[in-house]
Design a protein. Structure first.
Length: 127
């Protein structure tokens, strides 16, 4: 078992840990991967080596990208729907049918309830 020497939160889903692992530190280089297993029959988790220093290895495990759930913005006015989506960190593309005279969202893609990465483009079809 390797001892965690320091642990620092870089972002909500990203940590930096410095681990005492002399044998790994002697051979590993920044950018290479090490495999972590919590138990003998546990899942193999690849981690990127960020740095080595003497007997320690610095790794930065991440829980992956931050996901947000797409809200239902159908039947909302396009300006209100756009604000709701942008406040969640999503991008918006507006497609108008019938000239968009009612300025109301009729369809959205991806659908409400879908989990997406921040920055994903949500297409609103406006009537």
């Amino acid at each position: 078992m390797f001892k965690i020497l320091t642990k620092e939160t870089l972002a909500p889903s990203i940590k930096r840990m410095r681990v005492h692992a002399p044998a790994v530190a002697k051979k590993a280089k920044a950018g290479q991967f090490i495999i972590l297993r919590v138990s003998d029959d546990g899942e193999r988790i690849p981690l990127t080596v960020a740095d080595t220093d003497g007997d320690a290895v610095t790794i930065i495990p991440s829980k992956g990208p931050v996901l947000v759930q797409v809200p239902d913005v159908t039947l909302k006015k396009v300006n209100d729907a756009t604000k709701i989506l942008k406040d969640l960190g999503l991008e918006v593309k507006v497609s108008q049918i019938f000239g968009g005279v009612l300025k109301t969202v009729r369809f959205q893609d991806p659908a409400a309830g879908t989990m997406v990465r921040r920055g994903t483009v949500i297409t609103l079809t406006v009537i």
